[in-house]
Design a protein around this ligand. Structure first.
Ligand code: 5GP
Length: 186
């Protein structure tokens, strides 16, 4: 398990639509010492998503068994699905990289931070409410109710940003990446 001797844990989270996956991908290109855990989820794959790469797509029964077997370091029920970080994933990534990144939602992030206070937690903040609306509704297909529901969740998530070690505004991608890179390589 990660500690100061075996590696460094980075938690990146933020509201859905803040661009956390894009930021992580750019960070991984900048910092070759960093690898990402692949989460398990009961959500169905979206077009182009691959099992074992984007997520481990598993059934609810499987997920609940893994909870019972204490295989998750954290897990949440988010929207209508389960998501969780497997202990085995942290070990797998630590064998390959010096730094382990988890790109996860707010409640899981704060749970991890409680268990591993030495982990570095970064909250990615969208530059404005208008940009957040645009990003959440990027496919342009969302109805008004769904958009309102997602905005409410995003606002609740943003209220928890003060519990993170760092808040980074994701306005210009390169700047956000540089900021996180510098935080990790202080
Ligand atoms: P999506 O369904 O859009 O891929 O993910 C929904 C949310 O779940 C995102 O905020 C994503 O970062 C988060 N998420 C993905 N994997 C995990 C995980 O293992 N644990 C937690 N707590 N959240 C996760």
């Amino acid at each position: 398990m990660a500690n100061e001797n075996t590696g460094r844990l980075l938690i990146i989270s933020g509201p859905s639509g803040c661009g956390k996956n894009t930021v992580y991908d750019a960070l991984a290109l900048r910092d070759k010492e960093i690898g990402q855990t692949v989460s398990a989820t009961t959500r169905k794959p979206r077009d182009g998503e691959r099992d074992g790469v984007d997520y481990y797509f598993i059934t609810e029964e499987d997920f609940l068994n893994k909870i019972n077997n204490n295989e998750f370091v954290e897990h949440v029920h988010y929207a209508t699905n389960y998501y969780g970080t497997l202990r085995s994933e942290i070990d797998r990534v630590l064998k390959l990289y010096k730094k382990v990144a988890m790109v996860i939602e707010v409640n899981g992030a704060l749970n991890i931070k409680k268990m591993y206070p030495e982990a570095v937690s970064v909250f990615l903040m969208p530059p404005s409410k208008e940009v957040l609306v645009e990003r959440i509704n990027c496919r342009g297909t969302m109805d008004a109710d769904e958009l309102a529901r997602r905005m409410k969740t995003a606002e609740e998530e943003m209220q928890k940003s003060c519990e993170y070690d760092y808040v980074v505004v994701n306005d210009v991608l390169e700047n956000a990446v540089e900021e996180i890179y510098n935080i990790l390589n202080l």
